[in-house]
Design a protein around this ligand. Structure first.
Ligand code: 2DT
Length: 209
């Protein structure tokens, strides 16, 4: 029986090193002769993703509930692809997932965190969530925020506290204020542990059901 792949998500505020570390994890897996595939959310290449892209670039306005559901729909539309990869034994590393969906939407006034969680209920539950934790004030010293929506300190502070409300047993919080080498070593060790924990009868799990 083929051992399924592991679903591993990296989350964190802007400038936490997420994207660099996802690439590092993928390279490390491939160099260890393990099948690995990198995905990121939002995936701006789909029709839904192109609407999200316009919203993030501030070239269009959308209702807060509507954009929340589009981010969620972007994950639902790619669920079959993720499932297929995992079932054929490929490990999938994901740069942002449902936790970003909730943490960002719920940082807006009048958006309830539990309501935001509902639309992602039933998606695949990651085997491991690596939360790259860094104080947004410190993260900001790594470089100016870009010009996209949400790229400001006040938003990032609320987002970080929302992320921390979503922790469960699949989470590992990593101190991302250290050097990229140190954090990278921790990330690769956690990825290895997650792969070791998958057995031939490990079933895929669902989020929040
Ligand atoms: P990137 O800079 O990583 O492309 O993210 N976001 C992301 C949401 O508001 N909801 C979501 O479901 C996801 C996945 C976080 C672009 C921005 O989109 C936010 C930052």
């Amino acid at each position: 029986m083929i051992k399924r792949g592991a679903l591993i998500v990296l989350e964190g505020c802007d400038r936490s090193g997420k994207t660099t570390l996802c690439q590092k994890a993928i390279r490390w897996l491939q160099e260890s002769n393990k099948e690995a595939h990198l995905m990121r959310f939002p995936d701006r290449s789909t029709i839904i993703g192109s609407l999200i892209n316009k919203y993030l670039e501030c070239s269009t306005e959308l209702d807060d509930y509507a954009i929340h559901l589009l981010f969620s729909a972007n994950r639902w539309e790619l669920l079959p692809d993720i499932k297929k990869l995992l079932q054929k034994g490929t490990n999938v590393i994901v740069d942002r997932y449902s936790y970003s969906g909730i943490a960002f939407s719920a940082a807006k006034p009048n958006m309830d965190l539990r309501w935001c969680q509902q639309s992602d209920s039933g998606l695949l539950k990651p085997d491991l969530v690596i939360f790259l934790d860094i104080d947004p004030v410190e993260a900001q010293t790594r470089g100016q925020y870009g010009s996209e929506r949400y790229e400001n300190l006040e938003m990032q502070k609320v987002v970080r506290s929302n992320y921390l409300k979503l922790q469960d047993e699949s989470w590992k919080v990593v101190d991302a204020s250290r050097s990229m080498e140190e954090v990278g070593r921790d990330v690769c060790r956690l990825v290895q542990e997650a792969l070791d924990n998958i057995t031939p009868d490990s079933a895929l799990k669902q989020l929040w059901i």
